[in-house]
Design a protein around this ligand. Structure first.
Ligand code: G1P
Ligand code: ZN
Length: 544
């Protein structure tokens, strides 16, 4: 193999965020060596990978295959012993995590911009996951960024394109390049966790579901597992073909973007169960007939019902949720007498807790749920978890949720997003609030009193690392909360997220509409932070 050393110049904007490097596709295409710089900077930040295995795959978006050819040549030139690539260049994020773990790879690249639209005028992204299958730790992402500032050259080699359409093995010099089935290892893992026989029986009855692949990565996975393996009727999975532009859609599984699924589930003759996953397959939305399950409730319900699933029959070591996620799962943890961790937003904080055996399940309010079977959130896994529960409990999604509220109380919950706000105004608003934190305790809103307020900081119980400034919390004596934080993933201006939550024990009040149930807290949240003044917006852009 002829290794080529190519001279390159650094860019100053390759700082990986919480979810890797995400930019407009044209940035990757038009800036010379943009991808190469990031890949080489990653290799330069790692030690001891010579002869080891690298996993590469993506969500199939525009640019995916070309990026894989580039990465494979660079991996060979840098001395990896083996590169595992999903057929057609595909691997969902949780499947990539599964493959990294199963084949004891050194790490892997996932090509995706998650739930963001795809295409030449939309987004592209890349992130590096370590040998535990989870997103690279901060030490590595910081090193990658440092290297992108200094990079002068990258290594590649002359080699014909890898034939991505066929499972099989070839060589580039000493490096073996193996195209693998992107579904089978993941499907086997799901089979080990869930009671497939019980779910098969469920589909033999008149139980029906609709899964929306949103023209992104999970279509083929859902077809293979739900339709072929579990016997759901053909057509159960809609929008099942992954398209380079995701069919022009926005593959974020929520009530706004999963339009087709929502119209079916809230239409005249909905099936019992509806679900969707995002662009790269790590998020999930769960629906019943005319019924939406909030991600925070979903996490709590999975935790409460975990022992019905073979993979969790011995119970949970503990649970974790991101700080802004509702405290519904805390109620379950208390009842089960297991630890419940509150982490900053972003998946990487869960990985350490899992590696240390401290938690089994975790989740975020942003439609992410997962367990220690991989080190990423996992959309289809959450759907199978619900199917397993439905197969055992034999009642509707709505019944399961209402019975849960009856037993544990209901955490009314909403998130108000103000997108594309001027960055300095948003930061001023946060600072203004931060300056007044000490004056908030003991203020009264209706029958609630503020017990404390702070700027959330987290000390990792495993490695002792500290993350400060993770969001402003206003906590009330009855369990209600208001949380403010600025998004770390937005691409234009700043996005202010306000999370509002109220705990209601009385079942008679559980049927109130969410925004109405939270109206006094919403008004207080707006006033106290002077949101309208700072953002010049009279109302949020998106309410979830
Ligand atoms: C958002 C979500 C967060 C999630 C992240 C990556 O980040 O809020 O829960 O981990 O996307 O999917 P944010 O934009 O709020 O920083
Ligand atoms: Zn995603």
């Amino acid at each position: 193999m002829d290794i080529k050393t190519v001279a390159t110049t650094p860019f100053d904007d390759q700082r990986p965020g919480t979810s890797g490097l995400r930019k407009k596709t044209r940035v990757f295409l038009e800036k010379t060596n943009y991808l190469e710089n990031f890949v080489q900077a990653t290799f330069d930040s790692l030690e001891g990978f010579k002869g080891k295995t690298l996993v590469v795959g993506g969500d199939g978006r525009y640019g995916n295959k070309e990026a894989i050819q580039t990465i494979t040549r660079m991996a060979a030139a840098n001395g990896f012993g083996r590169v595992l690539i999903g057929k057609y260049g595909l691997l969902s994020t949780p499947a990539a995590s599964c493959v990294i773990r199963k084949y004891k790879a050194f790490g892997g690249f996932i090509l995706s911009a998650s739930h963001n639209p795809a295409g030449i005028d939309e987004d592209f992204g890349i992130k590096y996951n370590g040998d535990n299958g989870g997103p690279a730790v901060e030490k590595i992402t910081e090193a990658i960024y440092r290297h992108t500032l200094e990079i002068e050259q990258y290594l590649t080699c002359e080699a014909p394109d890898i034939h991505l359409e066929k499972v099989g093995s070839t060589q580039i010099g000493d490096t073996e390049v193996v195209v693998i089935n992107p579904i089978s290892d993941y499907a086997l893992l799901m089979q080990e966790i869930f009671d497939f026989d019980a779910i098969r029986e469920l589909f033999k009855s008149d139980f029906r579901m609709c899964f929306d692949g949103m023209s992104a990565i999970t279509g083929p996975y859902a077809r293979a597992i739900l339709e072929n393996e579990l016997g759901a009727p053909k057509g159960t999975v809609i929008n099942h073909i992954p398209r380079p532009d995701f069919g022009g859609g926005h593959p974020d599984p929520n009530l706004t973007y999963a339009k087709k699924l929502v119209s079916i589930m809230f239409g005249p003759t909905p099936p019992e169960f509806g679900a969707a996953s995002d662009g790269d397959g790590d998020r999930n939305m769960i629906l019943g007939r005319n019924f939406f399950v909030t991600p925070s409730d979903s996490l709590a319900i999975l935790a409460a019902n975990a022992t019905l699933v073979p993979g969790y029959k011995d119970g949970l070591a503990g649970v974790a949720r991101s700080m802004p996620t509702s405290a519904a799962v805390d109620q379950v943890a208390r009842a089960l007498q297991i630890p419940c961790f509150e982490t900053p937003t972003g998946w990487k904080f869960f990985g350490n807790l899992m590696d240390a055996g401290k938690i089994t399940l975790c989740g975020e309010e942003s439609f992410g749920t997962g367990s220690d079977h991989v080190r990423e959130k996992d959309g289809l896994w959450a759907v199978l978890f619900w199917l397993n529960i439905l197969a055992v409990r034999k009642c509707s999604v709505e019944d399961i949720v209402r019975q849960h509220w009856q037993k544990y109380g209901r955490n009314f919950y909403t998130r108000h997003d103000y997108e594309g706000v001027a960055k300095d105004r948003a930061e001023d608003m946060m600072q203004n609030l931060r300056n007044r934190l000490h004056s908030l305790p003991d203020r009264v809103v209706g029958s609630m009193r503020i017990s404390y307020s702070d700027d959330f900081s987290y000390t990792d119980p495993v490695d002792g690392s500290k993350s400060a400034g993770q969001g402003i919390r206003i906590q009330f004596n009855d369990g209600s909360r208001i949380v403010y934080r600025l998004s770390g993933t937005g691409t234009e201006g700043a996005t202010l997220r306000v999370y509002i939550e109220r705990f209601e024990e009385n079942p008679a009040a559980h049927r109130i509409e969410t925004q109405a149930a939270l109206s006094d807290l919403i008004a207080f949240a707006n006033n106290i932070a002077e949101i309208q003044k700072f953002t010049s917006r009279s109302k949020p852009t998106v309410i979830t």
